[in-house]
Design a protein around this ligand. Structure first.
Ligand code: UD1
Length: 340
């Protein structure tokens, strides 16, 4: 019998790539997604890549009665990977209550159902945003959590606290929070990728849409940071590598290899790239020129962020294999496909 895993938000950017990785490893996947920031066509993309159509239910996790009904009908779930959440930093400042409802209520309902149905294994999507402006680089998991700069960031901090308290109260509950650095790229087949709604807020979708002529020009937010070229530095990780980290984390839970029943891992490449480096690499690997201009800094942005990934390497046996150049090439192939 195959092991059945629930992936919430499984039609989203990271979720869909993780569903592919799980199915390629022989897991049975059931997806819950409310389609608020994803498209049903992603199911076809996953099916094309893996040859398997995952089970899918269009459920909004804020609807507690529907969540209870779902778990009553799926008694064989062995683990949950929880992606479903809102993630736009700016929107979260405008609509904080929506963010707390979407990201916190849904987490609580899932954890309650796990208690009720004795489902033991839980993986949570956290973010390097919990570190704020770091005191030293690279950032280890022991770095202090800084006051959140946005309601979105706060939901990730609160989410981790809720899981930590749950793990303390219920020793049989096993959980891992993965703190993602900046996920980019697309599946190399270009059957799935990132589908931003409206004007992209993140760098890479804005870059690819500019290259495709959908946006006139990319704005580089600040060239007066204390970095070698003056632009801000991030740790960009290929979404396929990131997806893989969920499978190894899940297997640590399923095989009872944890050192504690709540663990936290940084998931990045360990290397930082500046905005200018990204622009230059994108131009080089794809053989084109990008229209860009330097503008002022974006409020809330930090200077430099990159991960110390040695804990994930030691404990999970995981490290990123793909390069930033691979990700920029795959992101561009995907953009060309969807803008046709
Ligand atoms: C952002 C969020 C972070 C979230 C992550 C999700 C903020 C402050 N942080 O991270 O909490 O977890 O997305 O993926 O929004 N840039 C430009 N021009 C653009 C867009 C971005 O120069 O049009 C620059 C930014 O200033 C930054 C870098 O590119 O230096 C990366 O930006 P982005 O992709 O938005 O990611 P983060 O801000 O690192």
């Amino acid at each position: 019998m195959k092991t059945k895993i629930l992936v919430t938000g499984g039609l989203g950017f990271i979720g869909s790539h993780t569903v592919v990785a799980l199915q390629e490893k022989g897991y049975d996947v059931v997806i819950i997604d409310n389609l608020s920031n994803s498209d049903i066509s992603v199911l076809e993309g996953i099916t094309k890549i893996t040859g398997v159509r995952p089970e899918f239910e269009a459920i909004d996790l804020r609807d507690k009665a529907k969540v209870i009904d779902f778990f009553n009908r799926h008694s064989d779930i062995k683990g949950i990977i929880h992606f479903a959440a809102s993630k736009a930093v700016g929107e979260s400042v405008q609509k904080p209550l929506l963010y707390y409802e979407n990201n916190i209520n849904t987490l609580i309902y899932l954890l309650q159902q796990m208690q009720d149905k004795e489902i033991r294994n839980f993986i949570f999507s956290s973010s390097c945003t919990v570190y704020g402006e770091p005191d030293s680089l690279p950032i280890t998991e022991a770095a202090p959590i800084k006051p959140a700069l946005s309601p979105y960031g706060n939901t990730k901090q609160i989410g981790e606290e809720i899981i930590r308290d749950t793990a303390k109260a219920y020793p049989e509950f096993n959980s891992i929070a993965l703190r993602y650095f900046n996920p980019i790229g697309a599946h190399p087949t270009a059957y799935i990728g990132e589908l931003p709604l409206g004007v992209p807020q993140n760098l890479i979708p804005f870059v690819t849409q500019t290259a495709a002529g959908i946006r006139q020009e990319l704005s580089v937010f600040g060239d007066d940071y204390p970095t070698p070229d003056g632009t801000a530095i991030r740790d960009y990780i290929h979404v396929v590598d990131l997806a893989e980290s969920h499978v190894v984390a899940l297997e640590r839970l399923l095989n009872n290899r944890q050192k504690a029943n709540f663990e936290v891992f940084n998931i990045g490449t360990g290397r930082g790239s500046s905005v200018m480096e990204i622009i230059k690499s994108f131009e080089k690997v794809n053989g084109l020129k990008l229209n860009y201009k330097i503008v002022g800094r974006r409020e809330g942005d930090v200077t430099s962020v990159w991960a110390d990934t040695s804990l994930a390497e030691k404990e999970l046996g995981w490290k990123a294999r793909l390069s930033m150049e691979d990700a920029l090439r795959d992101a561009w192939h995907w953009q060309q496909k969807i803008s046709k």
